[in-house]
Design a protein around this ligand. Structure first.
Ligand code: TA6
Length: 294
């Protein structure tokens, strides 16, 4: 995507209490603004100065301890989806992450490094370190770094950046980059199918886990005249989700009509693509979100 010729002024990083009095960091660069809650190291807003927000955040989202934020970029770790007797999508999105470092760069970018605190929920896993680096400039880059600190046990986990994108009208959206890939269709009881469309249109509930899908995905928003690009590294799974009407009505933290203004295109390693790290080894899931107004 084209880069602008703007000369970057100094970036601004502000700590403040956000919704629900929850601590958050607000970052303003020459190109963009971003908001990140320590709760879940959750990016809730990324907006370039001359464009509408790129991320969707539900008007009905909770901002409470032990509750996930509905929208933005939930960090899903160390499991994806349901797990018997456990919270859905892992515990990372429910934890208050620690800020370890704020790194302003000469080019006007800013990076914030978060660390998942030690927590009893991680008790069944070998000793691990999970860190998350968010870099804000003309695009938004997210890096989830996981290290197996065990000396003798493999660390198995799933990870996913469960991004909610804002769209003007879902009826005018198409998602390109997944043709030819197999997917598990959760709406059809996880039936295994193959993507045959050049671009996916969302006209009903969609909940698909694309496997061995390592490529870039473009979200074409014809109403806004914008393309959002989801580029990634070290991610073999892409999940596409829109709850549509009926599910929207069942979700207390999501507006009944909001399914028309969002689509999730998630980047991770889940199901058969789950990760196994040998003792002492690390991995980095990296995603870069950028946009272009056509
Ligand atoms: O990523 C898609 C999905 O797994 C859907 O099945 C749906 O449950 C969605 O995540 C939201 O999950 P949540 O636990 O945030 O309500």
């Amino acid at each position: 995507m084209a880069t602008s010729s703007k000369t970057p002024g100094p970036a601004r990083v502000t700590f403040l209490d956000g919704r629900g009095e929850m601590p958050m960091v607000e970052i303003t660069t020459a190109w963009s603004t971003a908001e990140i809650y320590l709760h879940g190291a959750h990016v809730t807003n990324f907006k370039k100065h001359d464009e509408p927000p790129i991320l969707f955040l539900s008007q009905c989202s909770r901002f409470e301890e032990n509750q996930p934020i509905r929208g933005g970029i939930p960090v899903i770790f160390p499991w994806f989806g349901a797990r018997e007797g456990m919270t859905t999508h892992g515990f990372a999105r429910l934890m208050a992450w620690e800020i370890k470092e704020i790194i302003p760069a000469p080019d006007g970018s800013v990076s914030v490094r978060f660390r998942l605190p030690n927590c009893p929920e991680a008790g069944t896993y070998p000793p691990l370190l999970a860190e998350y680096v968010v870099t804000v400039n003309e695009s938004l880059t997210l890096e989830l770094l996981v290290t197996n600190n065990s000396t003798d046990t493999n660390l198995e986990f799933e990870e996913c950046l469960h991004t909610y994108f804002a769209v003007e009208d879902i009826a005018a959206v198409s998602i390109a980059g997944l043709k030819g890939h197999s997917y598990l269709d959760k709406v059809a009881n996880f039936a295994k199918k193959k993507e045959t469309d050049d671009a996916i249109r969302v006209t009903s509930e969609v909940d698909r886990v694309y496997l061995n899908a390592k490529g870039t995905v473009d979200i074409h928003d014809a109403r806004l005249g914008r393309v959002i690009r989801v580029a990634k590294q070290n991610s073999a799974s892409t999940v596409v989700w829109n709850p549509w009407m009926a599910k929207a009505q069942q979700m207390p933290d999501f507006g009944n009509e909001e399914y028309q203004q969002m689509v999730c295109v998630e980047s991770g390693n889940v199901n058969v693509n789950k990760m196994t790290l040998a003792p002492g080894k690390s991995s980095t899931l990296k995603v870069t979100l950028s946009s272009l107004v056509e």
